[in-house]
Design a protein around this ligand. Structure first.
Ligand code: B12
Ligand code: SF4
Length: 458
């Protein structure tokens, strides 16, 4: 076999939702599509298939291996690479994906041969063709080699939009879910986000303007997707009323009925109310809305371009058209007990079906990293801790232990008293409740462990 493409297993110690929710590896599926014409290759999803890498190598004997990465995967990938090289030092190893794009130097190791900081079809094709042919690649746009060393590019460049080949994950697809919806597919229709919120990594990965793909090509992808549920991963899918109308026209004309889930900003719900209502009639079941804070001053400091009043209006509009809201909130490190209390009160007013809390995470490279440099609880190299699930900034108004206790209290309050559990049963049945509750319990256990560890260290 020429090439194995691998999604690594998620590290058990990281605080992630990966325990109960993971979806298709869109990036790897796109790489597969680029390479399949010219090479014999296979995609292995180790989040599903937990077989030993040695057995996999023995069976397929690849010439090169391409691995996709998120921040939490660094140690797993370094270990995987050393095991691959131990079996056969001649196998060339390429790492791509979000972490390779943002922090390529985290993969500095004698076992990683190339890192792709910007993915284009031409670059991927040239790199792998050379490696399969046993040639040393020359300079390729977006590719860094071990010899020259891996470093953050002077200017971050954005990935090309590439259409995924979903047949590459055919044997795994029944495992992929999005929250209660299982099986569920992912779809990207656009890259970038012009809202430019200060805490957000996404527009920095993909650019500060939306780069939309032609809607008719997107509609062809929708028609080819077998799953009943499609999660649209765009950063703010409801941002363009015209595109929503084109999509609805297509769904109507072709009589396609699917469940759609998407991310949206409050701003876009308010700006495109009528199209959002129409999209609800054509399948939009849930929107993930970043309400972020109960405090308008904090929203403005985050550059959120909406107020608490806007959030309340958006929540009414969404409720009015029967769209479930899966809300997210950011816990600021300078919150007091009163702030946590106000947040719980605010969630009661907004009444989202599901709420999730994320500590403000100053990911290395973001401006907040410098703002909070003196209060960081985690070294840049402690990769599994940069999961956006763990507290990384020392709280300013209470001890870390008290802060974790507030997180636990708020999580329990949301899960027990905000009807999350009943919503899950009503909507998805007991099986989904158990799957999600099992994952949530693991998360709660991780928070408890951190709380106890913190007590131990004083
Ligand atoms: C959808 C999504 C999810 C979904 C589905 C993920 C999945 N597939 O299972 C869910 C909700 C489950 C999820 C979970 C998590 N996610 Co997420 N997610 C995203 C989101 C919105 C889109 C990702 C995507 O599919 N993009 C489209 C694909 C095509 O892009 P891509 O993977 O980068 O691939 C391109 C290139 O990188 C390249 N490429 C990719 N792999 C490879 C490999 C090789 C060899 C090569 C050559 C090229 C290559 O090819 C593509 C060409 O364009 C991004 C935000 C964003 N806008 O990027 C966050 C994001 C990736 N997630 C993030 C995080 C932190 C997580 C969690 C760890 C959060 C948590 N605490 O639980 C978990 C991880 C658990 C898990 N399941 O993996 C961070 C990653 C930060 C980082 N530095 O790595 C992001 C950026 C969001 C953020 N916080 O800003 N996520
Ligand atoms: S609207 Fe969402 S994706 Fe866009 S910059 Fe703000 S938080 Fe990031």
């Amino acid at each position: 076999m020429d090439i194995l493409l691998i999604r690594p297993p998620r590290p058990p110690k990281a605080i992630t939702i990966g325990e109960f929710m993971f979806s298709e590896p869109l990036g790897l599926e796109a790489v597969y599509r680029v390479l399949k014409q010219d090479h014999e290759l296979l995609l292995i999803d180790m989040m599903v298939e937990r077989s030993d890498i040695e057995k996999v190598l023995k069976k397929y004997q690849p010439r090169c291996v391409g691995i996709t990465s998120l921040c939490i995967d660094v140690e797993t990938i370094l270990t995987l690479a050393s095991r691959i090289k131990a079996v056969n030092p001649g196998i060339q190893i390429v790492v791509g994906g979000t972490q390779a794009q943002l922090r390529p130097h985290s993969f500095t190791s004698p076992n990683i041969d190339y890192v792709m900081t910007r993915s284009t079809a031409a670059g991927i094709s040239e790199l792998f063709s050379d490696l399969v042919a046993g040639k040393t690649p020359g300079a390729i746009d977006g590719v860094q080699s071990k010899k020259e060393g891996f470093a953050v590019p002077k200017q971050l460049q954005f990935n090309e939009y590439l259409i995924p080949d979903r047949s590459s994950t055919q044997r795994y697809r029944h495992h992929y879910s999005y929250f209660g919806y299982k099986p569920s597919a992912l779809l990207q229709t656009s890259q970038g986000c012009s809202k430019c919120c200060s805490f957000c990594l996404r527009w920095r990965i993909e650019g500060a303007v939306e780069r939309h793909q032609d809607m008719s090509a997107i509609c062809r992808q929708i028609a080819d997707i077998d799953e009943e549920t499609i999660m649209i991963v765009d950063n703010d899918f409801l941002c363009d009323g015209g595109r929503l109308e084109t999509l609805c026209d297509y769904l109507k004309e072709k009589r396609i009925r699917k469940n759609f889930i998407c991310y949206s900003s409050v701003h876009s719900v308010l700006a495109n109310k009528d199209s959002v209502e129409r999209f609800a009639r054509y399948g939009l079941k849930a929107a993930l809305v970043g309400y972020e804070s109960h405090n308008s001053k904090e929203l403005s400091a985050y550059n959120k371009k909406c107020t608490v009043t806007d959030s309340k209006r958006a929540s009414e509009i969404l409720r009015g058209c029967g769209i479930d809201v899966w809300a997210s909130f950011i816990m600021h490190p300078d919150w007091s007990h009163e702030d946590f209390h106000s947040l719980r009160k605010y969630i009661r007013i907004l009444q989202p079906e599901v709420s999730s809390l994320t500590p403000l995470t100053p990911f290395p490279g973001l401006p907040y990293f410098d703002t909070f440099r003196d209060r960081l609880l985690v070294d840049e190299q402690e990769y599994t801790k940069w999961s956006f699930g763990q507290v990384t900034i020392r709280p300013g108004k209470m001890t870390l232990q008290a802060y974790y206790l507030e997180i636990l209290k708020t999580n329990l309050y949301i899960n027990l008293f905000m009807n999350n559990a009943m919503y899950l049963v009503r909507k998805f049945g007991w099986k989904a409740l158990f799957r999600i509750a099992h994952g949530s319990l693991k998360l709660t256990y991780r928070y408890l462990t951190l709380l106890i560890e913190e007590k131990g260290t004083g």
